[in-house]
Ligand binder design. Sequence first.
Ligand code: M6R
Length: 610
Amino acid sequence: MCGIIGVVSGQQVHQKLLDGLLSLEYRGYDSVGMCTIDKNSLILKKGIGKVQEVHDKHDFSRNGGKIGLAHCRWGTHGGITDENAHPHVNEDKTIALVHNGIIENYAELKEFLAQKGHVFSSETDSEVIVHLIEEFYKKVPLEEATRLALHRLEGSYALGILSLREPGKLVAVRNESPLIIGVGKGEHFLASDVPAVLKHTNKVIYLEDKEIAVLEKGSCTIIDYDGKAKEKQAHTIDWGVEAAEKAGYGHFMLKEIHEQPQAIAETIQERLHGNDVVFEDEINLSADEMRGVKRIILLGCGTSWHACLAGEFMLEELAKIPTEVEYASEFRYRNPLIGEHTLAIAISQSGETADTVAALKEAKEKGAKTLAICNVKGSSITRIADGTIYTRAGPEIGVASTKAFTTQLAVLYLLTIALAKERKALTGKQIGSMVQGIRRIPLQLQSVLAEDGEIRNCAALYHKKTNSLYLGRGVNFPIALEGALKLKEVSYIHAEGYPAAEMKHGPIALIDKEMPVVIIAPQDVYTYRKILGNIEEVKARGGIIIAIATEGDREIPKKADHAIFIPKTLYTLSSILAAIPLQLLAYHTALMLGRDVDKPRNLAKSVTVE
Ligand code: M6R
């Protein structure tokens, strides 16, 4: 939540700050601000609205200066107002600060500072930090004043700070909110994530919690909270700036939906060896440990939690390991029992979701072996877990998760095979056919994408409906939940996902001729006949049926109002194919309603606060 960017350079920085803001906007779009130092004065512009709106109003390109900070906000403390927009400054406008996170003890700090005569101009928790730094900024450099102030702060924060007194210096701080340093030619950046700096450099330093970076155009030094210097290596990022651009698509969401064949291919290819699955050193579990796992706990939030539910199905059904799924936010606030030989797996696209980070730490402290399934290299979750399996989806910018989800499903499928093999839960022949099944998925996804016409037709017919039901069974129940979440978040239409058989226990009362019901009904030996029965039940009550069916199915088109076809595959893998039409349905519906698809209201891409 919130994006921050800072640059100190030998050249003008306003365009770099603006580019950074545009690429970080998915993190928050309540308000925007920029400040630079030019001719010994601080130029501060900020206001509510999206980046382009605030830029149109204030014209950031007229901000001169070779050093600056910018921020896009997802409000937590204080309303969506111009005053609460960042950067925040002290009263005499000599120090400016941008913040991502939450200061938990801000109320008592504010009282303490007010007694000392500080006057506040916003309702935010962030503003207290700039006043606190000012308190310590007497005869010491900015980084030392910051370091002293940090000892008084409780909570999560990534900070960028600059001062008129030292106009060639930016101070960057990280504690439980993401922050990277970009190392450019004759310039340095601080940013909430990598795409914000990729246009200018592919060399980044990942800051750890409780590290302070002092950036000047030609140098970057890092100290810890005790003031001790630290050596850190810059990493080279192997994806280019074009990966984080729209490439001719109208929206990132649509581009990312269409990238799924490629994303899955990249996620699986280096892990498939002939008819086998091999995770080199990623998992960090010995063969003995893999055989010894007695219980798996899957942790995640939102879409990643839905991937956990599908993972539970796969791990129990195929690897025969007792598995539980937990909302990360709930897990961290009870006293979960972690027995011996428990493997906790955190699933997260960003690797920065505050609740998932905390839940994973909790599981680790209680003695579980830990594993992350994550899309962002070097993110917090990957640094906590004993091992990480990366989804190779590339940067996901659309706030609604699409390719991250299906690559998570692919990784869970491969992990299930690897564990099943080690534990002899499946035969070599079964493993071989599972491997062949997933090898076909990228190509099969292309043919699902070709169903776009019928999906668009459904969106055109039903985008004005105010409710929707999504039904699925077995491994496709989580896909129904995910379809409903996608529709809710991008179109703002109320939607619910249910296990199809649960419908009779209540939701069936909602069904009438105004209710579109999306039913995932692949032809499988497990649930197909039952689902046909569920379709009849909806039909008998006048509901509108949009069925996701297997190519060649002759029954479903007779019963459903619309049939969208996915190719025949193994039952477990039908979850990956069935997710795509639901993403497209949400996308087209939102578009027809004129929604801001990539930046739905009230949301932010990574929820780095509780
Ligand atoms: O980065 P993560 O996977 O940890 O994010 C978890 C959720 O915040 C995320 O999936 C959210 O639900 C998305 N908006 C769903 O599209």
